[in-house]
Every structure is written in C-alpha cells, then in structure tokens.
Design a protein around this ligand. Structure first.
Ligand SMILES: Cc1cc2nc3c(=O)[nH]c(=O)nc-3n(C[C@H](O)[C@H](O)[C@H](O)COP(=O)(O)OP(=O)(O)OC[C@H]3O[C@@H](n4cnc5c(N)ncnc54)[C@H](O)[C@@H]3O)c2cc1C
Length: 413
C-alpha cells in the first residue's frame, strides 16, 4: 500500500456498512483533501456478498450473491485483501493475515464494520449444518439440495425472518422436498398476530411443517434433535438461527458488550480510542441513541453513513454529531411471488399496516436491489444519497456512558 498521504482512513469489512462508509468518505473529499487523505478497504475476499440474498442462493434461485468489490467501490479506494487478526489501538496498527503471510498496516482513522455470522453454540452445527449467514454455507446448501433426492427432507432452523425466508424459498424451488421449519419460540414473534397468520398461511400452502416452541439441542448428519427429546430426520439442515459477531474487538482489548460487539458512543466512536469508529452488526451504540437498533442491513447502512459523516467532520475540524436513525419497515420475502412488508415506527414497533402477497414480493425485491445493494454503490458517485428516517426521540446523554444499559442481541434477522 502506498503511504504518500497525511491521513489514512482504513475500513475493516466490505459489507453494507463498510462499503457505504468507504464510498461516502472517498466520494465526499474535495480535490485538495484527496491529495492528503487515502481510503483503504480491508476485506478477506475481493467480493461484496449480498447477504440479504443468501437464502436465494441456498434454494438455487441464483448461483451466487457475490459482486466484485471493484464494481461496488469508488475507483480511488485502495483494496487490501486479508483478514484482520489484531488491532493495536495505542499504536494505530492492524495485523492482516493474507495469502502471502502477515502484514502490518497503519491507520489514522479506523472504521470497524466486520459484520456478523451464525452463532454456532449448538453441538453439531458447525459439522453438519449449512450456515446460511455466509456465502460458503449458502453455496454448500445449494449444492447439497440440488444433488439430493427429489423427496429429500430439509430442516431449516430459525424462527425469525431469515429462517422463514429460507424455508419458503427452498420449498418453492423444491416442491417435492419435505421442508420443516423449527423455531425455538413462536414464529416471527415480534410481528402482530395478523401478519404472523398471513405468513403461516403461506408456509402452509408451500407444504412446510412448522415446529414452534422447540429449541434445537444437537445436529447430527441425518437428524436434528429438539428439546424434549424429539428427533427430526434431516438430509439437509440449514442453519438460520441467531447471529454472533467476530471476536476481533474483544481479542484486541477494545471495550465490547457481552456478545463481543464493539461499544461505541453516540458519535459511533470508541471512548478510549476516538479515532476508532464502528458501524453495522458488529457494533453497539449506547441505549441513548440505539436501544431500538437490531442487527440488520436496514441499520448497517445508516450506521455506515453516519460513521462516514463523522470521519469527514473530524477531517475538516468540525464537530461530529450524534446518531439519529430509525426504521420504516420490516421486509420479508416468502418465495419469489409473495412477501410481507410490515410497516413499523421509528423505534421498530409494528404499525397496523402491512403489504402482503405479490405486491409485498415486489417491494421486497425493490428493497434488495435498489436500496440494500444500490445504496452503498450509489454513494461512490452521489455521496449523501442514502435517505434514512430519523430515530425515535433521543434520551438525555447519561452521566456515565460506560457500561451501557443492558440491551438484548436483537438479531431478528
Ligand atoms: C439470508 C439472510 C437474509 C437477510 N435479509 C435481510 C433483510 O431482508 N433485511 C435486513 O435488514 N437484513 C437482512 N439480513 C441481515 C444483514 O445481511 C446483515 O445485518 C448485514 O449484512 C450487516 O451488514 P454489515 O455491513 O454490518 O456486515 P456484513 O454484511 O456481514 O459485512 C461484514 C464484512 O466484514 C468482513 N470481515 C469480517 N471479519 C473481518 C476481519 N477480521 N477482517 C476484515 N474483514 C472482515 C466480512 O467478510 C464481510 O465482508 C439478512 C441476513 C441473511 C444471512
């Protein structure tokens, strides 16, 4: 990497948050700023993964959810391929594991946006289940299902939106297969009863067996064991249950919450190292601005945008601002021809309005293509173009910011 600049902004992780942040910073720079500021994206591979489409990959609707990074990023952003293994915050250095060995790179400002992955605490998940949260897992599920018997038994684990989307997509594409969806609690329990009934009807029409209120205690090569002793035969098990985060921040000695998310303040900076910003699934803002946030692409992008705006503010000796973002809708695909768009208020609480059926499917596809993938890419040419609803009313800044008020891991996705 070249070092002929005064200030290096390094972005860790080319997901929804990282790409949006990197593009917004780079594309906002004036010609004079461009001469002294460089933006570097560090990511393990040369692809951006459209994670919101991984259930489509598993079902065989599409072969891949990968888009080359160079098609997503501003041309002046440098790409450094590798996995960051350690952040030496006092020295402002990162250790990057690459195919050619370890490399140490320096930064002046860091944006931590390493995202999330499947939580794999249940015995056998890593060995025998296909993890829908990453490209390899979705791809291996696709190949296994495509190569299986027509009447194969497929078990999808996870009663949130991701599990529902995966089960529906797979059942639609493989109508002769017997698909079971297992949910530890009630299916989509955060949604209003009418919306849940509508989804349940669609799943029933696809022939999906729904098992609610039973947790998975073990996955084996050909069965899934549930709490209470029930054993479900399974030729292919697809894991779409809760999310975990990389332990990079914890390993690097940075302040994290109980599941390892980087703790950031209202400006999305760590308090001890204010040159480290965070965005996306891997961070947790304080309750004063973020008690309503859940891990989602819908939040990763606004957080990436806000981190970028504050990085730019500091580069220009301006005051960074507090995060102020809210939700508008929860969008769930139910196969290719149906969807559920549940309108929510800024705090993510359901409103009594929903769009279902074919119209819901159209809206969801628009959201995936134009908003989820389009917005980070658009920022390379039109920085600031992402439109986000403002958040619920902010609470007063607390006297002591650490530790944060307890918040659950609201990974409904
Ligand atoms: C099947 C599925 C469907 C979904 N559908 C929706 C939906 O409809 N709506 C919605 O809002 N959300 C949805 N989600 C959730 C959404 O995909 C995530 O919340 C979102 O990807 C988070 O974005 P991010 O930028 O924080 O992280 P990611 O998109 O996970 O990107 C993180 C990046 O960091 C990289 N990285 C990780 N560790 C390191 C490291 N040590 N060094 C360098 N780079 C690293 C990763 O390789 C990756 O490129 C879905 C998820 C799945 C799995």
């Amino acid at each position: 990497m070249s070092t002929h600049s005064d200030h290096t902004v390094v972005v860790l992780g080319a997901g929804y948050a990282g790409i949006l942040a990197a593009n917004r910073v780079q594309a906002s720079l004036t010609p004079e700023e461009r001469r002294r500021v460089r933006v570097v994206m560090v990511n393990p591979t040369g692809d951006f993964i459209e994670r919101v489409r991984l259930h489509e990959v598993a079902a065989g609707v599409r072969e891949t959810a990968a888009i080359p990074l160079r098609e997503m990023l501003h041309e002046l952003i440098e790409v450094s391929l590798g996995t960051v293994r350690h952040i030496d915050a006092p020295a402002r250095l990162i250790s990057v594991e690459t195919s050619a060995g370890e490399r140490v790179e320096s930064y002046d400002t860091l944006i931590y946006s390493v995202g999330s992955m499947a939580a794999v605490g249940v015995p056998g998940v890593q060995e025998f289940a296909h993890l829908l949260s990453n490209a390899d897992g979705a791809e291996s599920a696709r190949m296994r299902i495509a190569g299986g018997r027509r009447d194969q038994r497929i078990v999808v684990v996870g009663g949130g939106a991701t599990g529902v989307e995966a089960a529906a997509e797979i059942a639609e594409q493989h109508p002769a297969a017997s698909v079971t969806l297992v949910s530890r609690g009630p299916l989509l329990e955060h949604l209003p009863a009418a919306s849940r009934r509508s989804v349940a009807r669609s799943l029933h029409e696809f022939g999906i067996t729904v098992v609610e209120g039973r947790g998975v205690v073990r996955v084996l090569a050909d069965t899934v064991d549930l709490s209470g002793g029930t054993r479900i035969p399974s030729d292919v098990t697809v894991w779409a249950a809760s999310f975990a985060v990389p332990d990079l921040a914890r390993r690097s000695g940075l302040a994290v919450d109980s599941i390892g998310r980087l703790l950031v303040d209202e400006e999305l900076r760590t308090t001890r190292y204010p040159e480290i910003f965070g965005a996306g699934d891997a961070v947790r803002p304080p309750a004063s601005v973020g008690s309503h946030l859940r891990m989602s692409c819908a939040m990763a992008m606004p957080l990436g945008a806000h981190a970028a705006d504050n990085v730019l503010a500091l580069l220009r000796d301006q005051e960074p601002t507090w995060l102020n973002v809210g939700f508008g809708a929860q969008c769930i695909s139910i196969g290719r021809r149906r969807g559920l768009i549940q309108l929510v208020d800024k705090a993510d609480q359901p409103r009594p309005v929903r769009i279902t059926g074919w119209a819901g499917a159209m809206v969801k596809e628009f959201v995936c293509a134009v908003i989820a993938t389009g917005s980070p890419r658009r920022e390379r040419g039109r920085p600031g173009s992402l439109m986000v609803p403002s958040g619920p009313r902010l609470t007063a800044r607390s006297e002591s910011r650490w530790p944060h008020r307890p918040q659950g891991n609201r990974a409904r996705r």
